[in-house]
Design a protein around this ligand. Structure first.
Ligand code: AMP
Ligand code: MG
Length: 330
């Protein structure tokens, strides 16, 4: 299989990062310091996860550029030394002999500007930071892009239950895909992979939406109007992060809409590369709200796209025309 070494390295790195995120979360719960206003836990886990993954990628593929969300300039600006000490504690638990300067170097190795380079990685160390802070869904997302096309995608979902209808079921799913090879799910850590497929419903009236918890990331009001046109009456699944792509790829829901709330917002490549490949490889379809293919070759953002639409592929055009009806040329 093509990209076998890349897949092995990337899955191991994402699993380590998921462990770090879980460690940060559980130490917070035990110290009872996690409050919605205190953003530092997410900062510690964001930087820690980015350090662990970038370090692994640079060791295995030193020539590959990385487009990752965080950089240490932000870290130096606020909080400084005490935050760095907490990051070191958590990264050292995963990579025992690493030094502070190596951690900083690893984090800042994610500052590539992207573009149509031959091959590059894109990383969101914690997607869905608001979910992480609420103790709900978040994801660690890593993808490999070759000549502007996503060829490998991994979404680690530490809090996602295997059975969406049973929150008490085992949590911690890792979804992965290589272009042309289908999409798979495995438990984070030990365990084997099983093939996944989008839902096979063909009537949009039987569909469920999966959408952002945050109405500032996707308009809930517009989604309601679109649901009405499509005859969708099932309750929406609202979760943070690229776990939404996981839910579509597993067939738990059939329509993920990300409807612009602001004219000037441009989607980031690390928020969509992994999830979009996994849904497509699970048999679904992913475009922007105008039905255009996502273009990952234009730098750190999806400059030529607006919003996101991911479906099981059975009524994608119908969804796009319902969106056009509601949004007009907005
Ligand atoms: P979600 O968890 O799907 O609601 O989205 C989380 C992601 O939304 C973050 O990674 C941000 O990069 C992204 N984001 C921030 N502001 C906006 C916005 N105005 N519209 C869409 N996405 C946004
Ligand atoms: Mg994100």
């Amino acid at each position: 299989m093509k990209f076998e070494t890349e897949l092995k390295t990337a899955i191991e790195a994402v699993e380590k990062a998921c462990r770090l995120c879980r460690d940060v979360q559980s130490s917070l719960v035990s110290e009872e310091t996690m409050t919605k206003k205190d953003k530092s836990p997410v900062t510690v886990a964001d930087f820690g996860a980015q350090a662990v993954i970038c370090r692994a990628l640079k060791e295995a593929f030193p020539e590959d550029p990385i487009v990752a969300e965080e950089d240490t300039a932000e870290l130096n600006a606020g909080g400084g030394e005490s935050l760095m000490a907490r990051i070191m504690t958590h990264v050292s638990a995963i990579l025992p002999n690493i030094t502070k300067s190596e951690v900083i170097e690893a984090i800042d190795s994610g500052s590539s500007q992207g573009g149509g380079e031959k091959r590059l990685w894109t990383l969101d160390p914690i997607d869905g930071t608001k979910g992480f802070l609420r103790g709900e869904q978040y994801a660690v997302a890593l993808a490999l892009i070759e000549n502007g096309e996503v060829v490998l995608g991994i979404v680690g979902c530490p809090d996602l239950p295997f059975d969406i209808n049973d929150p008490g079921s085992e949590t911690g799913c890792l979804l992965w895909s290589i272009k042309g090879e289908g999409a798979y799910i495995k438990p984070i850590g030990e365990g084997s992979s099983a093939k996944i497929h989008v839902s096979d419903i063909t009537d949009s009236r039987e569909a469920s939406f999966c959408e952002s918890v945050e109405s500032s990331h996707s308009s809930h009001g517009d989604a309601e109007k679109i649901a009405e046109i499509l005859g969708v009456t099932n309750p929406s699944i609202r979760i943070d992060s690229q776990c939404k792509y996981a839910v579509i790829a597993r067939g738990d829901a059939s329509i993920y809409l990300r409807l612009p709330t602001r004219k000037d917002y441009v989607e980031k490549i690390w928020d969509h590369a992994s999830g979009a490949l996994i849904v497509a490889e699970a048999g679904g379809m992913v475009t922007d709200i105008h039905g255009r293919e996502l273009d990952f070759s234009l730098g750190r953002t999806l400059l030529s796209n607006k919003g996101i639409v991911a479906t099981n592929g059975k009524f994608h055009d119908k969804v796009i025309s319902a969106i056009t009806q509601v949004l007009g040329d907005r």
